[in-house]
Ligand binder design. Structure first.
Ligand SMILES: *Cc1c(COP(=O)(O)O)cnc(C)c1O
Length: 389
C-alpha cells in the first residue's frame, strides 16, 4: 500500500499518537461515568477536569467557560440558538457569506422561522466587508456569528474588532474558530467575543468531540437538555475519553504554536511559490489577505478541480477542491463565489492544508507531480487548449 501524502488537514487531521495514548485507558479500564459518586467515576472526573483546564489554557480562558460538545457543528448550532433564546425581542442575525455550513445552513433555516438574516459579503481576497457589517447591525440584532478563519482559503477575519461592534449594539458575538484554534494564538481574556466554537478532529484529537467557549456572565441557554452534565449547559453523559483526548491535543497545539508560525508556514509558502512559478494561469485565492499559516487555495484556470484531485489521488496525494458536488452538478464553492472568483478559476481550485506532520519531501512531491498534471488536463480540454494557444 502506498503511503499517503495528506494535505487535507482542514477536512480532518491524524490523531496524534500521544493523544491516542492519553485516551486509551478510558475505554476498557477506567470506563467509569465521571458524574458518578464513587471513586471509580472520580478517577475519570479528575482527568476530564484536567482536560477542561488544558482546553481553557489554549484559549486564554477559564475552565468553567468551556462546555464540551460532540463537534464543531453542535457548538455552532448551540451558540446561535442560545443567543436567540436569551434575546427573544431581537429578530436579526448577522453572519457572512463564506461561513461553514454548520453556521450558514442554520441561519438560512431560521429565515423560515421569522428571523431576518444578513450575510455580509467579502472582497476579492476574501476579506470581510466591515462597512457593510457596520451598516447592517442595529438594535434588533441578537447574534453576530463570524468565523475566525475560513476553512477553504484560510483567510482570517478581524473578529475582535467585529465583536466590539456587536457588543456596542447589545448583540451577542459568536465565532466559529474551528480552523483557527491551534493554528494562531487566541486569548479570550483580552477579548470581547462571547462564544467560540472549536472541534477536536481539526487539531489532532478524534472526531466527535468539540467545545463551546461561553464567556463568564454571558446569558446562555442549552441546546441539549436532560442531566446536569457540564453544569446543565450540555446534557448527556460526557464522552470522557474524547474529552481527555481533546485536552491533550490542546496542550500539544499550544506547544507547537510557534512552529505553526515558522515551519508549517514556510512549507506552505514554498508550495505556493513553486507551484505558481511552474504553472501558468494560476493564482492564490485569498492571496493578499491575512491567512492561516497552513492553508493555501490555488486556482488553476481552465481545468476541473475534480480531475486534478483524482490524478493527485492516484499518486497518493490528498487535497481538496473548491467545488462541492451537489446532486451530480458541479457547483463552485460558495466561498469562492462570494469572493467573485471567475468561474474558470473557481472550477479549478485546489486547497492544500498542511499540518505539523507535513514533511519537506511531501511538499516536494506535490511540486514535482502537479505541474505535468495541470498541463496534461489543459491539453485534454478543448477550452483550455484554445485559450492557452
Ligand atoms: C470542520 C468545520 C466545522 C465542523 O466541525 P465538525 O466537528 O466536523 O462538526 C465547522 N466550522 C469550520 C470552519 C470547520 O472547518
Amino acid at each position: 500500500m502506498m503511503k499517503e501524502i495528506y494535505l487535507d488537514n482542514n477536512a480532518t487531521t491524524k490523531v496524534d499518537e500521544a493523544v491516542f495514548e492519553e485516551m486509551k485507558p478510558y475505554f476498557c479500564e477506567l470506563y467509569g461515568n465521571p458524574s458518578s459518586m464513587h471513586y471509580f467515576g472520580g478517577q475519570v472526573q479528575s482527568k476530564t477536569t484536567e482536560a477542561r483546564k488544558r482546553v481553557a489554557d489554549l484559549l486564554g480562558a477559564s475552565p468553567d467557560e468551556i462546555i464540551f460538545t460532540a463537534c464543531g457543528t453542535e457548538s455552532d448550532n448551540t451558540a446561535i440558538r442560545s443567543a436567540l433564546e436569551v434575546l427573544p425581542d431581537r429578530r436579526h442575525i448577522i453572519t457572512s457569506r463564506v461561513e461553514h455550513p454548520a453556521v450558514l445552513t442554520q441561519c438560512r433555516n431560521l429565515t423560515t422561522k421569522g428571523y431576518r438574516v444578513t450575510e455580509i459579503g467579502v472582497d476579492g481576497a476574501g476579506r470581510l466587508d466591515m462597512e457593510e457589517y457596520k451598516k447592517a447591525i442595529d438594535d434588533d440584532t441578537a447574534i453576530v456569528s463570524l468565523m475566525w478563519a475560513n476553512n477553504e482559503t484560510g483567510v482570517i477575519f478581524p473578529v475582535e474588532e467585529a465583536a466590539a461592534i456587536a457588543k456596542a449594539n447589545g448583540a451577542q458575538f459568536h465565532t466559529d474558530a474551528v480552523q483557527a484554534v491551534g493554528k494562531i494564538p487566541i486569548n479570550m481574556a483580552a477579548s470581547k467575543i462571547d462564544m467560540l466554537s472549536l472541534s477536536g478532529h481539526k487539531l489532532h484529537a478524534p472526531k466527535g468531540i468539540g467545545a463551546l467557549y461561553v464567556r463568564k456572565g454571558t446569558p446562555f441557554r442549552p441546546l441539549m437538555v436532560g442531566g446536569h452534565q457540564e453544569k446543565s449547559r450540555r446534557a448527556g453523559t460526557e464522552n470522557a475519553a474524547a474529552i481527555i483526548a481533546l485536552g491533550k491535543a490542546c496542550q500539544l497545539a499550544g506547544e507547537f504554536m510557534e512552529s505553526e508560525k515558522t515551519t508549517v508556514k514556510a512549507k506552505c509558502e514554498r508550495l505556493e511559490k513553486e507551484l505558481l512559478a511552474a504553472i501558468p494561469h494560476a493564482r492564490i485565492n485569498g492571496g493578499g489577505a491575512d491567512r492561516l499559516p497552513n492553508t493555501t487555495s490555488i486556482a488553476f484556470e481552465f481545468v476541473e478541480g475534480e480531475a486534478i484531485l483524482l490524478l493527485l489521488s492516484e499518486l497518493g496525494i490528498c487535497a481538496s477542491s473548491g467545488s462541492a458536488c451537489t446532486s451530480g452538478s458541479l457547483e463552485p464553492s460558495h466561498v469562492l463565489r462570494a469572493m467573485g472568483v471567475p468561474f474558470t478559476c473557481a472550477h479549478g481550485s485546489i486547497r492544500f492544508s498542511l499540518s505539523r506532520y507535513t514533511t519537506d519531501a511531501e511538499i516536494e512531491a506535490v511540486i514535482k507531480e502537479l505541474p505535468p498534471i495541470i498541463a496534461r488536463l489543459r491539453q485534454m480540454s478543448p477550452f483550455g487548449r484554445e485559450f492557452l494557444k
